[in-house]
Design a protein around this ligand. Structure first.
Ligand SMILES: Cc1ncc(COP(=O)(O)O)c(C=O)c1O
Length: 345
């Protein structure tokens, strides 16, 4: 069981596979991709105009496009920490440097230090919402305060896990010209292999990004998969609802075992198993269960990140974890707080 990449653990909608089989047609494969109709359908799905949408090879490519379009050597990227490392990666490839504001001890994003850092002149802010690896969200009211405090800074809100949180900044695109939202088909839609995503922003910014992009940024199969996925979005949303229910069940179970965890709005949970967590990870691997060990981050010693899967998969995970209970010493970690009782935004 791959519970280390926050993927869809049961796979995409069967209708998507059928659409991909239909797309594997010799005539269709011999022609270059057509984007106009697809952009219209996807824009309709997200509730924006087609001119506001940029097609990308997943979120990773979206970040590359954003950096290639806007980042000059020496520019500053501001990120909460810990977060998804791709923002920093492409920003630094473009010659920029990164400033970090650490989450507080309750894994909340402290607004004051963010506002202070923004005053120093920041090219863009990378905000995963929900955040990876914490699963927490930035309160939308805090995002609004930041957007208004730094109108010349681009705020890139990465909504890769939107289907599991239900919170989106898309309606604010009309009002805030410094807002960029990214979406992906890699998570709830179960199409990580196809590499398909979108940037949503105002028309002018989208046009600037498209001009600098590869003329054929996504391939026809990725496009066919994405179109079928939105047509059958009900399947992904049902999967997301199951994951939300399983996330709550796993949370209650961790509480019963007195394992501190960060309340999550995504399809994974960051939990503190204590100093033996690398060994717990290794033992799970020996049982063919992969989880993500965060011990390499000094602030997350003792933590494992568990992707939440379907009910049957979570039963297997709990069964194997119970066998390792003797190794769990959460209170011997560098923090012994129970965030489960705190609030997550
Ligand atoms: C916050 C966040 N954004 C984006 C991605 C990856 O998205 P994609 O597959 O669209 O590149 C991940 C994957 O783990 C993620 O955690």
């Amino acid at each position: 069981m791959r519970l280390d990449f926050n993927e869809n653990t049961v796979g995409c909608a069967p209708a998507v596979v059928r659409a991909l089989r239909r797309a594997l047609d010799r005539d269709k494969l011999s022609t270059y991709p057509e984007y106009e109709g697809a952009r219209m359908k996807l824009a309709g799905f997200y509730g924006v105009k087609p001119e506001q949408l940029v097609l990308t090879n997943g979120t990773d490519d979206a970040m590359k496009v954003i950096c290639e379009t806007f980042v000059e050597p020496g520019d500053v990227l501001l990120v909460p920490a810990p977060t998804f490392p791709i923002y920093q990666f492409f920003h630094e490839v473009a010659g920029g440097r990164t400033e970090r504001v650490y989450f507080d001890e309750n894994f909340r994003l402290p607004l004051k230090p963010m506002l202070k850092a923004l005053k120093k002149g920041v090219r863009w802010v990378g905000l995963a919402n929900p955040n990876n690896p914490t699963g927490t969200t930035v309160a939308l009211r805090d995002l609004r305060v930041m957007l208004e405090a730094a109108p010349k800074t681009a705020f890139v809100v990465d909504e890769a896990y939107f289907e599991f949180s239900g919170e989106t900044a898309i309606p604010w695109l009309r009002k805030h010209s410094n807002l960029i939202v990214t979406r992906t088909f890699s998570k709830a839609f179960g199409l990580a292999a196809l590499r398909m995503g979108c940037i949503l922003t105002n028309e002018e910014t989208a046009e600037m990004m498209r001009r600098g992009q590869n003329p054929f940024p996504v391939n026809s199969l990725a496009l066919a998969g994405a179109l079928a996925a939105v047509e059958h979005a009900g399947d992904a949303l049902r999967f997301a609802a199951e994951i939300r229910a399983e996330r709550e069940k796993l949370s209650r179970w961790l509480e019963k075992l007195a394992i501190p965890y960060v309340p999550s709005k995504a399809n994974f949970i960051l939990a503190q198993f204590g100093p033996n967590s690398p060994e717990i990870g290794r033992r799970l691997r020996a049982k063919n269960i992969l989880v993500r060990d965060w011990n390499y981050d000094p602030r997350l010693r003792g933590f494992l990140r568990l992707t939440v899967g379907a009910a049957v998969q979570m039963r297997i995970l709990r069964r194997e974890l119970i066998r390792l209970q003797g190794l769990m010493e959460p209170s011997r970690g560098h923090r012994a707080k129970f965030w489960a009782t705190g609030e997550s935004s």
